[in-house]
Design a protein around this ligand. Structure first.
Ligand code: ATP
Length: 241
């Protein structure tokens, strides 16, 4: 049986001033799945995520989260509802320690015991963060900052996590490591994941379902394994001759 959609985006349109960056996008993210949105630079992937998380308001369309239409909702309301956005470029607070950054992720919660337990959960997935818990986040390597950004997102106890280019700027080895952890978090913590990536191969390898975006539109949608086999995807996104 196919799981129910957690998120259903319908005919979404988003603009920067007069520029239409999202041109009628519809997609679904089903419960427990990892869904990836592929696309070249400028395809609209970041704009799509910002619109879902409430950082940008759409001009048209719906974003159904369960039975609620959250299109245009305030970002903190979206977080409270259970959707957390881990932005591109690991925007951690550089002067705060690792632990303080994790604490910031729990801003919507007041259950001290649960927060402590989740902090330990994050450290169990990212042991290097436990070692560096008292260190300023700005002194971490790029890969460690990406781990911290994901860890901070987890501290809100999200039902759905939006990951913008988790592989950006990381070595191939680290990319593999991060994606393996994303998959474990999905399976073991039950976090549904939607990620946008230029690194198509690794993203499709962990994903259940995938969409391809070009110039603000969805141009392909299929099971991740089938997209990996697709001639067009291979030629344009996987660099296979
Ligand atoms: P990347 O992964 O590099 O961020 P993307 O697929 O996420 O690429 P977007 O950043 O969503 O693409 O950009 C979509 C379109 O909107 C592009 O044509 C881009 O030039 C335009 N755009 C993005 N940000 C702005 C902005 N602040 N003002 C005007 N246009 C913008």
């Amino acid at each position: 049986p196919v799981p129910a959609p957690v998120l259903a985006v319908k005919n979404l349109e988003s603009y920067y001033g007069p520029i239409m960056a999202i041109r009628g996008v519809s997609l679904e993210v089903r419960e427990g799945q990892i869904v990836t949105v592929l696309g070249a630079n400028g395809a609209g992937k970041t704009t799509l995520m910002k619109t879902i998380s409430g950082v940008m308001n759409p001009q048209k369309g719906n974003i159904f989260y369960g039975n609620d239409d959250i299109a245009g909702a305030d970002p903190d309301k979206v977080v409270r509802a259970g959707i957390v956005h881990v932005p591109e470029g690991r925007e951690v607070f550089p002067l705060l320690t690792v632990e303080e950054n994790l604490g910031m992720g729990a801003f919507v919660r007041s259950d001290a015991d649960g927060i402590r337990a989740d902090q330990e959960m994050v450290y169990s997935y990212f042991p290097i963060l436990a070692e560096r818990r008292r260190q300023a986040a700005g002194t971490l390597s790029g890969g460690q900052q990406q781990m911290l950004a994901i860890g901070r997102g987890l501290m809100a106890r999200p039902k759905l996590m939006l990951l913008d280019e988790p592989s950006l700027g990381l070595s191939p080895l680290l990319v593999k490591e991060i994606f393996a952890i994303i998959r474990r978090l999905n399976r073991e913590q039950g976090v549904t994941m939607m990620l946008v990536e230029q690194n198509a191969r690794v993203a499709l390898e962990v994903a259940d379902y995938g969409y391809v975006m070009e110039l603000g539109r969805i141009v392909m949608a299929d099971d991740a394994q089938r997209l990996l086999q697709s001639k067009d995807v291979q030629e344009f996104y996987l660099g296979v001759q």
